[in-house]
Every structure is written in C-alpha cells, then in structure tokens.
Write a protein that binds this ligand. Sequence first.
Ligand code: UD1
Ligand code: UDP
Length: 368
Amino acid sequence: MKKCKIVCVVGTRPEAVKMAPVILALKAQAWADVRVLATAQHRHLLDQVLQVFGIAPDIDLDMMQPNQDLTALTARMLVAMDAVLKSERPDVVLAQGDTTTVMVTALASFYLNIPFGHVEAGLRTGDMRRPFPEEMNRVLAGHMARWHFAPTESSRSNLLREGIADASVHVTGNTVIDALHMMAGKTPAATVAPGRRLMLVTAHRRESFGAPFVDICTAIRTLVDRNDDLEVLYPVHPNPNVKKVVDELLGSHPRISLIAPLDYQPFVAVMKAATLILTDSGGVQEEAPALGKPVLVLREETERPEAVSAGVVQLVGTNSARVVEAAQRLLDDPAAYRAMAKGVSPYGDGHAAARIVAVLQQFHATCN
Ligand code: UD1
Ligand code: UDP
C-alpha cells in the first residue's frame, strides 16, 4: 500500500506546541510518510519548542526578519511555500491555527489542489479586526480546508454557520492539551519564595500595540505596588513593539522580573507555580484552566468562550483600572479565587492528536 505523504507545517511558537502531538502521533504510523516544514516565521521561539519535543524540520524556509511586515512576510512565504509543495507533492498538508503561516499554507495548498487539514478550526470572535489579523487568517484558511479539526462543539457550530459541510468537521479537542499532558506530568511547579505569590504575565497581540500595552503595564505596576507579597514574572515576547514598551515601563521594579521567553517545560513549571495568570495568549488561555489557574484575559473579546462560560477565565480587557480591580479581587477574596481555580479543562482530554490521525488514516485507506 502506498504511504500517505503528509506535510506538517509550523511557523510560530504556538503552532509548534499544538502541532507537536500531531507530528509525533503521525510519525508513529506505518502508513504515513511525515515531512515537517518550518516556515520559521518565528526563529528562536519556534526552535525552542521543536527541540523540547525532539522534532527536527525536514525543510526550513527561514522566513523571519526583524519587526516583519505582514504583507512582505505573506508574499515571501507564499512563493517559498509554493515551490516546496511543488517539489514535495504531498497527499495532505496540515497546519494549525490562525497565523500568517497557516493562511499562506492553506492558500498555497488550495492553488495546487492539495487537500489541506486545518487543526484548531472554527475559532471565531466575529470581528475581523480582533484579533488582527488572526480572525481573517482563520476564516480564510477554514474556507480552503478539506478537513476541519475543531477543538470544541462551539467551534464546530461556528463552522456550520459559515456553510462548511458537516461531514468535513471533526470535533477532536485541542491538541494543546495533548502537549500539556506530555509536559505537565514530568514537570514539578517552579519554586516561589516563601510568603510570596506569583503573578505570571504574557502579552503580545498586535491590536494591543501602543496605548493598550501602556495600560497593561500600568496595571501590573499598580498591582505590585499595592501588594507587598506579589512577585511578577513576565517572559517578554521578542516582538520589538512589545519589548520596548515593557522594558521602559516595568524594567526597574525589584519585584517584577522581565525575562526572555521560556522553553515550554519551564513555562509549564511557572504556570503551575503561579497564583494568577494575566495573558492575551490563546494557548495560555487553554492550558491554565487545565492546571487549575485563574486567568484574566487582557483582551476585549475571545474566540475561546468555553472557559469564560465555565467561570475559570475572565475577560478583563486592557483598561488598567479594570485589570487591577479584577486581579485584586482574586488576590483578596479566597472564595472568588477558589471559584476560578476549579481545574476545569473545556479544551480537550489529551487525545486530540489520535482523533486527527484516525480521520487521516480513514482518508488514506479509502484512496488506496
Ligand atoms: C505571531 C502571530 C500571532 C501569534 C504569535 C505567537 C501572525 C500575524 N501573528 O505574532 O498570531 O499569536 O506569533 O507568539 O502570524 N521575533 C523574534 N524572534 C522570534 C519570534 C519573533 O525576534 O523567535 C520578533 C521579530 O522581530 C519578528 C517579530 O517578533 O519580526 C514579529 O513576529 P511575527 O511572527 O510577525 O508576529 P508575532 O507578534 O510574533
Ligand atoms: N509559552 C512558552 N514560553 C513562554 C510563553 C509561552 O513556552 O515564555 C507557550 C505557552 O505555554 C503556549 C504557547 O507558548 O503553549 C503560547 O504561545 P503565544 O502566547 O506566543 O501564542 P498564542 O497562543 O497567543 O497564539
């Protein structure tokens, strides 16, 4: 029986985290010939994660440029992706999420008539500019996909509302929970100094560049000044639009540690150690509830409503007074804290990759 050649594309840190379980599960299949294609839209952040999971790209487009422009990145990547897919001639292409890499992968596959599978399909805010440009990227990628691997029933409903055929949608859970399970079992919580509480912060969204980022930093500083026992750990995203502001506004406080992005395993260790997490990250919104950590989301909307409905994630936006009020309540009120630290995991059971593999195996069996 001919093997099914599957090109798995990764570009940024979260794509590597979420594709790693799929790549590893596919590599264990005798019927699958797996090729890992790194666009390297991110360089160091991508390499960090691939290394942790022991994945070496077969092809590396080395796309990242400092402070890259969306249009230039998209144009360069589309040309390079087209050339690779023409020479590789895969039976299937897979990519995850809503980055430039995913949108370009879907488009290049569509132009070459190669079936494209979208991992983490169907997430929507309903606002094309929030998050920017991710909502547009995932809508476009979705409409070019042959398979939609939706993490939840609500993401499946979003797809059906857009006219996507029911038979092409498979609710699998989110592969981020598979990745977290792989890591969390062998990762103890990081150490926090006695008598101190840890607040973990990450933020990088484009729609927050400028004034919203200043507001976020103001809130963090206010919280640390008000709470003598609070330590802030902030692994800062290397995007210069983030790093410059954060360094300027938070760089000098003795209880705020601005550090380089952490490898995935140490990051899981600090999530486990944290009392509270402030983030605008998609992946962290999914991981933290599974670890029983309350999350305040520094955005006005989320495409991940399940954890908000479950009461373990709260959308607070970027207004500093609002962020401070919500965080202070959790720091002061044990009942409010306990209600948000329930350890609910609405995004999956850790077996999403196996479900994706089963769908692709079925496809392979029918076309041989
Ligand atoms: C990208 C994704 C976003 C995702 C995020 C995850 C797009 C448009 N955006 O945003 O959806 O949530 O990744 O982190 O696809 N940089 C480095 N080293 C790295 C990575 C980035 O120095 O390893 C710097 C570079 O200056 C780079 C800049 O960050 O040009 C921006 O990278 P880019 O991938 O365009 O955007 P992100 O903000 O990282
Ligand atoms: N992460 C990490 N090190 C860090 C910060 C985050 O390994 O210093 C992981 C995190 O656990 C999650 C993923 O990176 O799995 C999220 O990436 P990011 O926030 O950059 O992107 P998003 O999920 O918002 O697209």
